[in-house]
Write a protein that binds this ligand. Structure first.
Ligand code: SF4
Length: 395
């Protein structure tokens, strides 16, 4: 039952609360919507009636429908629904991106995304889970969780309790990750801004619930540059956290991105970044030469780094990382890895392991792999490695 409420005058509030009580007594499954639902972010209604399934505010058709569909999945009618239940996606059938929010509350000085997309708006948890389940039912084996700021999921709705299969689940990264892990497919987290609570997902990785893979953009290692970028953290903390993550989940693959040649970056500060790379021994790294995007606050900072120096620093950075990556990948020779096959190329199967996100990381090339099923899992024995990719044979 969906109860539409009014909160305009006290009498309307009382009547709305009575109606919710009546509906709860009638069938127990109640979604509240309308103006009273918005009061105190939904807490007002929840305090009076803690058993309601969801509380939404006015103009919340989508949220109401997603709360309803969390209880009562929408039947697919091929004669009237032109779009298949899993939606339309441009990725191969076996993997899909799952966008959990839009916008960002940070104001990193090099970035104009908040100006373009606005502040963070998290998708309702039930809606995200429904989409994920539809994708899995349609054959998806790997979900790539994306957003502008994945770790902030739910901040805008104060981690409101959503519902999934009749169960209350908080709109929060850890809880979402746990719920996604129940779908029985690979779940990979991208764009995880390094908030402290990110530490909570590492044990899920250690227990095989999520892929042991964390894409966490650190951007720099110099405290002064990070401050100019308006980014949190400092290199010492970051190193300690990486160490702690690896202690909990030794097989974790850490991916990060950095900016070389940020305005004001001195040669010493850049070297500090290279030292950090050597110490952190990250698995996958991307580096951009600073790009003065129109509208970015960082463009007004003093001492811009000339373009050729920015490019030269980026190249030096990548050379260091290439060596680190080659050493780390060489350690995998002789191990057995579970892979997901993406394509067949001649007599080679092109696959990815837990350490490889599509498009941005390396691949595993499996010799004599023509018979391997595209979109299926296989176990392979790693026989070769270079700076980015692995070579393997069927185990
Ligand atoms: S870089 Fe990422 S975290 Fe920073 S403002 Fe842009 S989208 Fe937000």
């Amino acid at each position: 039952m969906v109860v539409n409420t009014c909160g305009f005058i006290d009498a309307a509030v009382a009547e709305s609360l009575d109606a919710i009580g009546e509906a709860l007594a009638e069938n127990g499954k109640v979604v509240v919507t309308g103006c009273l639902g918005a009061k105190d972010g939904g807490d007002f209604v929840r305090q009076a009636h803690p058993k309601v399934l969801a509380v939404t505010g006015p103009h919340a058709t989508r949220e109401v429908m997603s709360a309803v569909h969390a209880q009562l999945p929408k039947p697919h009618d091929p004669f009237t629904d032109l779009v298949p239940p899993q939606g339309i996606k441009l990725t191969p059938t076996h993997y899909a991106y799952l966008k959990i929010s839009e916008g960002c509350n940070h104001r990193c000085t090099f970035c104009i995304i908040p100006a373009m997309r606005g502040d963070l708006v998290s998708r309702p948890l039930g809606e995200v889970m429904q989409e994920a389940e539809n994708l899995v039912k349609a054959g998806v084996k790997e979900l790539l969780v994306v957003s502008q700021d994945t770790s902030a999921y739910g901040v805008d709705v104060r981690y409101r309790t959503g519902f999934w299969k009749g169960r209350p689940v908080k709109t929060r990264l850890t809880e979402l990750a746990r719920a996604l892990s129940e779908l029985g497919v690979w779940v990979r987290l991208h764009y995880v801004y390094p908030y402290p609570h990110v530490d909570e997902v590492i044990p899920l990785m250690a227990h095989g619930k999520l892929l042991p893979y964390l894409d966490v953009p650190f951007q720099h290692a110099s405290a002064r540059i990070l401050k100019l970028m308006k980014r949190p953290a400092n290199a010492e903390n970051t190193l300690a956290r990486i160490k702690a993550w690896r202690a909990i989940c030794p097989e974790i693959t850490i991916r990060s991105t950095f900016i070389a040649g940020f305005p004001g970056e001195t040669e010493d500060e850049f070297r500090r970044l290279l030292d950090f790379l050597e110490e952190a021994q990250l698995d996958r790294v991307g580096c951009f030469a600073y790009s003065p995007v129109d509208g970015a606050a960082a463009n007004a900072l003093p001492d811009p780094v000339p373009e050729e120096v920015r490019e030269e620093r980026r190249a030096r950075f990548m050379a260091v990382q290439e060596r680190i990556s080659a050493t780390r990948l060489a350690r995998k020779i002789g191990t057995t890895q579970r892979v997901l096959v993406d394509a067949i190329d001649g007599d080679t199967a092109i696959a990815r392991s837990a350490a490889d996100a599509p498009e941005i990381d390396g691949v595993v090339r499996i010799a004599n792999g023509t018979a391997m099923p595209v979109g299926g899992f296989a176990d392979v024995l790693v026989t070769a490695a270079d700076a980015h990719d692995l070579g393997a044979v069927r185990a």
